[in-house]
Structure formats: C-alpha cells, structure tokens
Ligand binder design. Structure first.
Ligand SMILES: NC(=O)c1ccc[n+]([C@@H]2O[C@H](COP(=O)([O-])OP(=O)(O)OC[C@H]3O[C@@H](n4cnc5c(N)ncnc54)[C@H](OP(=O)(O)O)[C@@H]3O)[C@@H](O)[C@H]2O)c1
Length: 182
C-alpha cells in the first residue's frame, strides 16, 4: 500500500513501478477520482485523508476485507505536505496541518496497519527528506516535521519500540530521504 499517489508525485511513480513488477498495489489519494488512471491499469485505489482518523480506520476496514486478513507486505508512507514560510510569519494552523499529515498521520498509519505488517514480517517504508538534516531556508516547519519522521523511523527500527513482543515482530523499517542520491 502506498499513500499519496496523485499524478506527478513520487507515490504515483512507485505505484506504477510496483504494478509493473507484478505486485498487487493499493494506492491511496485524498480523492480516488484523481488516480483513475491507476485504477484503469488494475491498481486498487482507495481514499485517505491523513489528518482525519476516521478515513484511516475506514481504510483499515477496506484493506482487511480486500486482503481477507492475510496482512500487508509493504506499507509506503509517502503522502506529505510542504509549508514554506519564514518562521516569524508562519500561520500556526498551517504548521499544525503539516505535522498532522507528515508526522501524526504517518504515526497513525504505522499504528493502525502495523499488525498487518507484523503478520507478514513485512516492510514499512517512510519517505523522509534530506531537509531533515540539511534544512532549506523558510522551511522550518517542514524541515522539523521531516526530522520528526526520521527520529520516529529510526526508533521503530529498534523493533522493540514498535511492538512489546519484539521476538515476533520481524519487520523492517526503511527510511528514504526522498531526494535522488540522498
Ligand atoms: N519531491 C521532492 O523533491 C521530495 C524531497 C524530499 C521528500 N519528499 C517527500 O516525498 C513525499 C512525496 O512528495 P512529492 O514530491 O511526490 O509531492 P506530491 O506530488 O505533492 O505528493 C504528496 C502526496 O501526499 C498527498 N497528501 C497531502 N496531504 C494529504 C493528506 N492530508 N492526506 C492524504 N494525502 C495527502 C498529496 O495529495 P494531493 O495531491 O491531493 O494534495 C499527494 O498525493 C512527501 O512525503 C515529501 O515530503 C519529496
């Protein structure tokens, strides 16, 4: 399952690539009509608004049903939003939305879909950013949100933080920086 698959972005390309290699792909978008071109190829498209816990729960029900409880092999937390504004001028509602999507939404996805990943001893992939370690100017809130993603991902990799019974977890957590070569 790949989040944030609207055309032109990384998620869309990943969906096409996995599909071309024969994987069954669940691609999400805020509005599935925006990814009808993926549906036309046989990719299963589903709705997800990351700042809305209800749509995450609804997505969980749909995936449980579509997979008949067999679990998920790969979860790619790709969806994210930018926020570029000098720190003193930032609209705090925009900062909140950025963290709601990039950080809290991503954590919720891991929590809700984690059991399905543990079931297959699968992989959770986080699309972080080089901005977490090499900040760009006017990107303080985005850079901070991605730094949080990096710290969260690196902690999950200590699998014992992810699930109390760590012996049975056996999952992998992969963090990508989201930039070519980074
Ligand atoms: N492009 C880069 O150079 C770069 C560099 C480093 C990291 N990244 C990271 O890579 C990931 C993909 O970025 P991209 O460049 O492909 O950007 P993008 O084309 O804007 O893709 C972001 C995706 O996230 C979705 N999204 C935004 N807010 C959402 C919400 N509230 N709920 C659910 N989905 C939401 C977007 O949906 P809508 O289209 O409906 O808004 C879109 O599908 C992001 O996490 C980004 O931070 C990108």
């Amino acid at each position: 399952m790949i989040t944030g698959c609207t055309p032109g972005g990384i998620g869309h390309s990943l969906a096409l690539e996995f599909h071309s290699h024969g994987y069954r792909v669940f691609a999400t978008a805020r509005s599935p009509s925006t990814i009808s071109s993926l549906a036309a190829l046989g990719i299963e498209t589903l709705a997800l608004e990351l700042h809305d816990p209800q749509t995450v729960k609804s997505l969980q029900s749909q995936i449980l049903s579509l997979t008949r409880g067999r679990g998920l092999d790969i979860l790619i937390n790709n969806a994210g939003r930018n926020n570029t504004m000098p720190a003193l001028d930032m609209d705090m509602d925009e900062v909140q939305k950025t963290f709601d999507v990039n950080v809290f939404g991503l954590m919720r996805m891991c929590q809700v879909f984690g059991p399905m990943i543990v079931q297959t001893k699968g992989i959770i992939v986080m699309i972080g950013s080089v901005a977490a370690v090499t900040p760009y100017v006017f990107g303080s809130s985005y850079n901070a949100s991605k730094a949080a993603v990096h710290a969260y991902s690196d902690t999950l990799r200590l699998v014992s933080d992810f699930v109390a019974d760590s012996k049975n977890a056996g999952i992998a957590v992969l963090r990508l920086s989201g930039n070519a070569g980074a």
